[in-house]
Design a protein around this ligand. Structure first.
Ligand SMILES: C[S@@+](CC[C@H](N)C(=O)[O-])C[C@H]1O[C@@H](n2cnc3c(N)ncnc32)[C@H](O)[C@@H]1O
Length: 264
């Protein structure tokens, strides 16, 4: 795999590191652990129904594999990933043999898992279906903002059922703000008193640790200005430059200004 190195994470599972982007695909604390804690556990509340799942940024499939392992009634999993090589090798990475075999079988002949091997910005437009669970696992916005723009998130949110759950590791303010603008209720994924991700749903009863008003207030500050990509075709650099300009010209309160008014 060009520019991609492997490393052993702390739970023994293999993680990937992209030299060109200087970005990891998986947490050094555990690739499997990360999939469970950030993507599966927050959605286990839905385990009593037949599930349609969308896995955005499949990579080598930890989130999909972990879903198969933990959800008892999966109807379908649609996976989006731009790197065909990762997808085609994904069943070779150490995991429960039966689950790797399911991935391999579905790659050869799609049964309940379907793969979109392309840019998520084009794949999401083709999808005419709503999901119970959506995993959103793109690289961090400062490395790859294209999958965190308000417009992309709007399309993702449009694919979520009214009683569905969206899960991501991302809890940056621009991303929370974009989700909030779509009318989603937001919650924090917390493990060992640390925020490790975000859950969002149109049904507030599905949100375990809702964002308190103090946190929601931060979304009205400059720091939460969203990434913009009106026609879903800008480069990462253009998106960052445009956002920097918007932040510099914005009349919104700064985060530090907000914090001072709140703690007064
Ligand atoms: C943080 S990793 C995801 C790890 C993955 N969930 C796993 O379990 O291995 C981000 C993934 O996004 C993919 N990616 C990057 N740009 C993309 C794009 N424009 N559309 C779809 N996938 C993309 C990368 O190839 C990489 O596999």
């Amino acid at each position: 795999m060009k520019n991609i190195k492997t490393f052993k994470t702390q739970d023994g599972s293999i993680g990937l590191y992209n030299e060109e982007l200087n970005e990891v695909y998986h947490s050094k604390f555990g690739a499997k652990k990360e999939a469970y804690e950030k993507f599966i556990a927050p959605a286990l509340i839905l385990n009593n129904r037949s599930l349609d799942i969308l896995d955005i940024c499949y990579g080598i499939g930890y989130n999909t594999k972990c879903a198969i392992e933990n959800f008892s009634n999966i109807n379908s999993i649609d996976c989006i990933e731009i790197d065909n090589e990762l997808v085609s090798k994904s069943y070779e990475f150490d995991y429960d043999e039966k689950i790797n075999q399911i991935i391999k079988d579905n790659l050869q002949k799609s049964d309940f898992i379907h793969f979109y091997i392309e840019d998520a910005r084009s794949a999401i437009k083709k999808i005419d279906k709503k999901y119970d669970i959506i995993f959103h696992d793109g690289f961090a916005p400062h490395k790859q903002s294209i999958l965190w723009s308000e417009e992309f998130i709007k399309l993702v949110a449009s694919k979520l059922k009214d009683n569905g759950i969206y899960c991501t590791y991302n809890h940056s303010k621009p991303v929370l703000n974009a989700l909030c603008k779509m009318g989603l209720f937001l919650g924090q994924t917390i493990v060992d008193n640390k925020i490790i991700g975000t859950v969002a749903s149109f049904d507030k009863n599905l949100i375990k640790n809702p964002l308190i008003s103090f946190e929601l207030g931060k979304l009205n500050t400059k720091s939460a200005i969203t990434y913009k990509d009106k026609d879903l075709n800008l480069s990462h650099e253009e998106i960052i430059k445009n956002r920097d300009n918007e932040v510099n010209n914005s009349k919104l309160q700064t985060l530090s200004g907000y914090l001072k008014t709140v703690v007064k």
